[in-house]
Design a protein around this ligand. Structure first.
Ligand code: GLA
Length: 774
């Protein structure tokens, strides 16, 4: 059970999760909320004592300038009054007043099955700004999901309220002698590299200013006291932000010695004007505490995402009566029609099942709350095989080979549309290229279906090549400043999706593509960062809010497409892993972690990825050897064993695979289908880290089934044969290896582990061991 309990007597709230607790309470006569607790379970009877230390604190205006460490920090820090910690909220009012003074006015709790949500309203004492803090807990989980919603509650004609900083949450850590921060950084081809640093007085800022989540940093962290946690032991606090645009996380050791993490939308170059009735829902920021090390934190993140995040849409409900229907945000600028009205009408008629215009979207989750999402099919992707050289005959030949392997979804990547013969043209023109597909996509899709596979397609709808019909028709649709260069990256510009007309065009275009063709999978790519993020038509009219409007409209397009085409699966890709976060994961079924498909590099990328994101969402292809990027040669079985640790795909040029390779691949894919439920839904134990040397191993456990992968690079001469100690087993049970039939005591597997084949120790090698509890 998970509950949120309010103690009327003391004015404190206690979120009681599976095995942890979180608490905060009213203070300063209802003008402040103070943080009380985040960690292990807290008896209700203890709440009053904690709350007394907060409620009895000296009123803020009488306090000395330096906050004493014993004081309880602000639960959600507004800028205003004697506050010097990194704020979550900075607002400016119509008369030039900056800074917030507020009072708690209302609370609401809603229990919907296994999910409980608390909303607490804080109303500004002089201006029409209402801030609602939301807290959500889930039966059986230790994840606390938080967000804030900002509303202008004035009447028409009232001056606006401008938000200059709007974070989703402050996460306060308990007093400890010191903290270690771990996070993920990287770059193209090298995403999800784990980094760590001790927190010293001052701030550490992690952020993206690129308009996307970014390859460079990912909005996730762990904090452990004095660097004491290990993979399987120790206290770990962790947080993950659900936002696919520019974001910011600040880790601050305050002057008073408190440590907190706060973050959300990046305030860089951003402000958001709320007019009367206006509302800004800030991204969700989830946090969890575990006592069982980094592995336990990852397992909790994975299980929660499977049950409540992957492909769910944004299931936030406002508990108060007034609901603002989601639609393409922002006040429409002077309207520019994307397509002639007659053409729009014709397309809408063609797309009979789809809503003609998206103003309100109810997202039907693909699976019931708390239940597991469907297993990911084994996929083939054409990119590394055919690059931009795609045509009907060539793709059919690839599909026939893919079917022979047991592939379940065949995906045609870039190159099928417009004049897209290379990366210099065509983006934006989402109609099938008539030379390469004179009969449209129909015959290819029919053949793929006949071969027993679903058909998938690559798109990059947020981008345009200057050499495209779309750009020639709408040069003003891209982010730009009139007097500045329109800087290109990969020969492309970013469509200003904050514009409602662009959002509408995007939905209509993709909706038509999905309505006219039997497409069951979309790989949604996004291959550049924002630059010159201007919107000249909105000059002087808060164009800076386009950083957030872009992402809101992106989510709305996704949600609308999912609602109109519930049978279509989606993958998020951004030049590899540039858009992986809990926000996009709500809209897609899987993500592409990296364009680097070298299996040995991938071991490290996957180790970083699985710190927070689940193996089920981690698409992994087996590609050719030598690898196109690293030129490294690796055995086929090695490449498979790495890719089988996530959602398996194949991306090699099958024409060049020998018969023996095709046969071996078919066998490994058959094996994968057997272990797939364990890999995609099981509990993951990272047994050995590649960060410690050229050897890594992972184990997955679901019910009585256990799957172990080990991968190693060349070992130094004289190295002892590696053994891998298992985890998460019953010491008193016996486990049988499915291959050899050999049986082991759980206790022996936990203490001494499994021996690994020695013959390959001087080269790259891998093994897959399956065990069943006897
Ligand atoms: C990006 C993606 C690749 C591929 C190409 C196509 O680089 O990450 O997987 O789809 O675009 O242009």
């Amino acid at each position: 059970m998970a509950e949120i309990w309010h103690d009327e007597a003391t004015g404190a709230w206690l979120a009681e999760m599976h095995s942890t607790a979180y608490a905060f309470g009213l203070a300063d006569g209802g003008t402040t909320l103070r943080h009380l607790h985040w960690g292990g379970p807290l008896p209700r009877a203890a709440l009053g004592g904690l709350q007394a230390t907060a409620a009895g604190a000296m009123p803020r205006h009488e306090r000395q300038l330096s906050q004493a460490p014993s004081e309880r920090p602000d639960e959600y820090v507004p800028w205003g009054g004697l506050r010097f910690d990194e704020p979550s909220l900075k607002a400016e009012f119509g008369d030039g007043t900056r800074g917030v003074e507020w009072r708690v006015t209302e609370q609401r709790v809603l229990k919907r099955g296994p999910v409980t949500t608390l909303e607490v309203d804080l109303a500004d004492t002089a201006y029409p700004l209402l801030v609602t803090l939301a807290y959500r807990v889930y039966d059986g989980f230790d994840v606390l999901d938080r967000w804030a919603t900002l509303r202008h509650v004035g009447r028409a004609g009232d001056p606006p309220v401008t938000i200059r900083q709007g974070h989703s949450a402050n996460w306060w850590l308990p007093p400890r002698a010191g903290w270690r921060l771990r996070y993920l950084h990287g770059g193209w081809g090298a995403e999800n590299q784990l980094a760590q640093t001790p927190l010293t007085p001052g701030k550490v800022v992690l952020e993206s200013r690129r308009g996307t989540t970014s390859h460079q940093l990912n909005p996730w962290f762990t904090l452990d006291p004095e660097g004491t946690a290990t993979e399987e032991h120790g206290e770990v606090w962790s947080g993950a932000l659900g936002w696919s645009g520019s974001w910011k996380l600040v880790f601050e050791t305050t002057a008073g010695g408190h440590v907190h993490a706060c973050g959300g939308v990046n305030d860089f170059d951003w402000s958001y004007r709320l007019d009367p009735g206006g509302e800004l829902a800030l991204p969700r920021f989830a946090g969890l505490y575990v006592a069982g090390g980094f592995g336990a934190a990852s397992r909790e993140w994975h299980a929660w995402q499977l049950a409540y995040v992957l492909g769910r849409g944004d299931d936030r409900d406002r508990l108060s009566a007034r609901r603002v229907p989601p639609g393409f945000s922002t006040t429409p600028p002077p309207r520019i029609t994307a397509t002639p009205p007659a053409e729009v009408a014709r397309r809408s008629a063609a797309a009979s099942a789809a809503p003609p215009r998206v103003t309100s979207v109810q997202v039907p989750p693909a699976h019931a709350a708390g239940s597991m999402p469907p297993l990911r099919p084994v996929l083939y992707n054409s990119w590394e095989a055919t690059s931009f050289n795609v045509n009907e005959a060539g793709q059919i030949r690839l599909a026939e080979l893919a079917a022979r392997l047991g592939i379940e979804t065949f995906v045609m990547d870039d190159g099928w549309f417009g004049e897209r013969h290379h990366d210099r043209a065509g983006l934006g023109d989402w109609t099938v290229n008539p030379q390469n597909f004179p009969r449209g996509l129909g015959p290819l899709i029919d053949r793929v279906n006949e071969l027993g596979m679903r058909f998938g397609l690559w798109v990059e709808p947020e981008m345009v090549n200057p050499d495209s019909d779309l750009y020639r028709a709408h040069p003003d649709w891209v982010f730009h400043f009139d007097a500045r260069t329109r800087t290109q990256q990969r020969n492309q510009l970013v469509l200003n999706l904050a514009r409602p007309d662009v959002a509408e065009w995007m939905f209509t275009t993709l909706d038509r593509l999905l309505s006219e063709n039997k497409i069951e999978f979309i790989k949604w790519d996004m291959n550049r960062s924002f630059s010159e993020p201007g919107w000249p038509a909105r000059a002087g009219d808060n164009p800076e809010r386009s950083w957030t409007d872009y992402v809101h409209n992106l989510y709305t397009v996704f949600d609308a497409l999912r609602a109109a085409h519930p049978g279509v699966d989606f993958e998020s890709c951004a030049s590899g892993g540039g858009r992986v976060d809990l926000g996009i994961l709500r809209r897609v079924d899987q993500v592409w972690p990296s364009d680097n498909t070298d299996a040995w590099d991938r071991v490290k990328i996957q180790e970083g990825f699985t710190q927070v994101y689940p193996p089920q969402a981690m698409m992994a292809w087996v590609t050719d050897s030598p690898n196109y990027l690293t030129k490294r040669e690796l055995p086929l079985s090695f490449r498979f064993h790495v890719a089988m640790a996530g959602a398996l795909g194949v991306g090699g040029d099958l024409h060049h695979w020998t018969d023996a390779e095709l046969t071996e691949a078919a066998e490994l894919i058959a094996t994968y289908k057997e272990i797939r439920p364990v890999v995609q839904r099981g509990r993951l134990y990272r047994l050995a880290s590649v960060l410690r040397g050229p050897f890594a191993a992972s184990q997955y456990v679901a019910g009585d089934d256990v799957v172990v992968f080990a991968w190693w690079g060349p070992q130094p001469s004289g190295a002892r044969p590696p053994r891998v100690r298992l985890a998460g087993l019953d010491p008193a049970a016996r486990y049988r290896e499915t291959g050899s039939g050999q049986e082991h005591w759980g206790a022996a597997l936990l203490a001494d582990g499994l021996p690994l084949p020695e013959e390959t120790k001087y080269t790259f090698g891998s093994t897959l061991v399956r065990l069943v509890r006897a």
